[in-house]
Design a protein around this ligand. Structure first.
Ligand code: MN
Length: 407
């Protein structure tokens, strides 16, 4: 348990030293940028509320929007225009590129770090698995960080936010004491339902997580989010319905296979092709993962964002998906490509590079930008197979997110 204990001591110390360095103390204008999923959102809500309780007065928060990363020029321009005196970046990865030069910046994250921006600080949970421990979620890291700012009662009242992040990213079997503690304080049903509702908005075509963030900021319990007493809940329910419809459609795709890297990688590749403006490709990959346990399963979405093909890849334990993707990086891949977790990664590939990328992975015309018309017999055996079996497993809510970039 050494590494976890160390991190639980080190993270609050690093966090406090960052706060101590703020230019105008508790009157510092601090902005929080968080991921739009049910780890980044509760992490942001937790941080904002803890700082507020500790007496910080000039706080603002936003979630990333569709296809964005924290390093997109338009995001950095938007942030700079606000003129913050401090910046918190949560659950959005870490890269060496500059963010807002001269503005004290703290990144809290648990994805594979690609570096740290000049002058910024990073608190990361990545690497815990090397010590045989589960990687903490960003929400849990923030929960550890803010302990010193709050009374034990105040701290405990915010625990459900960390618990939602654990349920969302790791699942209900996550080996964290904080989850067991939260279970004793809040019933499991509403927590599970809240995670499903809060994850829905960012998966819709518009990908606007604002109502999810607003719900987290005004609720005091998970039950309030699901009960309908908050005005935001209607938007969350509508988002969930939109995603369910998009997912039902995307799940009809038949799997395509590549055995090209069976010997060198120790895994086959399985691709599910879809054309959806909704972020359902990670869910589809997760759904089929149970059926192809020894393969890297890719949800490939041609309709998510104009100009790009987005994909999510899920691999079996022992197969490093990040490393494989980086070895096969397509032309024009952005910095978000091949990030995330060792067994959950993905990327956005410019349409001009897609066909060569798919061919390099060993897929035939069935995965090309313009697929061959069905009347022409495909030269690859798999495409002409009769009916494909449907996946048995349901997509579980706790698919670890592929990573911080806009997949
Ligand atoms: Mn996360």
């Amino acid at each position: 348990m050494r590494a976890t204990a160390d991190l639980q001591t080190q993270a609050p110390a690093q966090f406090q030293s960052f706060l101590d360095g703020l230019p105008r103390g508790k009157a510092t204008r601090a902005h929080i940028l968080c991921d739009s999923d049910c780890d980044g959102l509760p992490a942001g809500a937790l941080l904002l509320q803890a700082l507020r309780l500790a007496g910080y007065t000039e706080l603002s928060i936003e979630a990333k929007r569709k296809g964005e990363s924290a390093w997109n020029p338009e995001v950095l321009e938007r942030l700079a225009a606000m003129g913050p005196e401090a910046l918190f970046v949560l659950d959005l990865g870490s890269r060496p590129d500059a963010m807002l030069p001269g503005v004290p910046t703290l990144l809290i994250d648990h994805h594979l770090p690609g570096g740290i921006p000049d002058g910024a600080k990073l608190i990361t949970g990545y690497g815990s698995e090397a010590h045989g421990l589960a990687t903490p979620t960003t929400g849990l890291l923030v929960y550890w960080c803010v302990r010193g700012l709050l009374s034990p009662e105040q701290h405990r009242e915010l625990l459900w936010l960390a618990a939602l992040s654990i349920l969302s990213d790791v699942g209900d079997k996550a080996p964290f004491a904080e989850l067991a503690e939260a279970r004793a304080l809040w019933p499991a049903g509403p927590m599970r339902d809240a995670v499903a509702l809060l994850n829905a908005p960012r998966r819709t075509a518009a990908a606007d997580a604002t109502p999810a963030l607003a719900a987290l900021l005004s609720a005091q319990t998970p039950k309030q989010i699901v009960s309908g007493e908050l005005p935001e809940t209607a938007a969350l329910r509508a988002a969930k319905e939109e995603v369910a419809t998009a997912l039902a459609l995307a799940k009809k795709a038949a799997p395509k296979f590549s055995r090209k890297y069976r010997d060198t990688l120790g895994a086959d590749l399985v691709a599910l092709r879809m054309d959806s403006p909704a972020q359902v490709h990670p869910l589809v990959a997760q759904t089929w993962r149970g059926r192809f346990r020894d393969s890297i399963v890719m949800g490939v979405n041609f309709g998510f964002r104009p100009g790009y093909v987005h994909f999510s890849a899920r691999g079996p334990k022992g197969v490093n998906v990040i490393q494989f993707l980086r070895e096969h990086a397509p032309a024009g891949a952005d910095q978000g490509y091949g990030n995330g977790h060792d067994q959950a990664s993905g990327g956005a590939v410019p349409v001009a590079s897609w066909d060569a990328f798919a061919a390099d992975l060993g897929f035939g015309p069935e995965l090309a930008l313009a697929p061959p018309p069905p009347s022409i017999p495909a030269p690859y055996g798999e495409t002409s197979k009769p009916k494909q079996a449907r996946p048995k497993a349901k997509a579980r809510e706790h698919s670890p997110e592929a990573g911080p970039a806009g997949r």
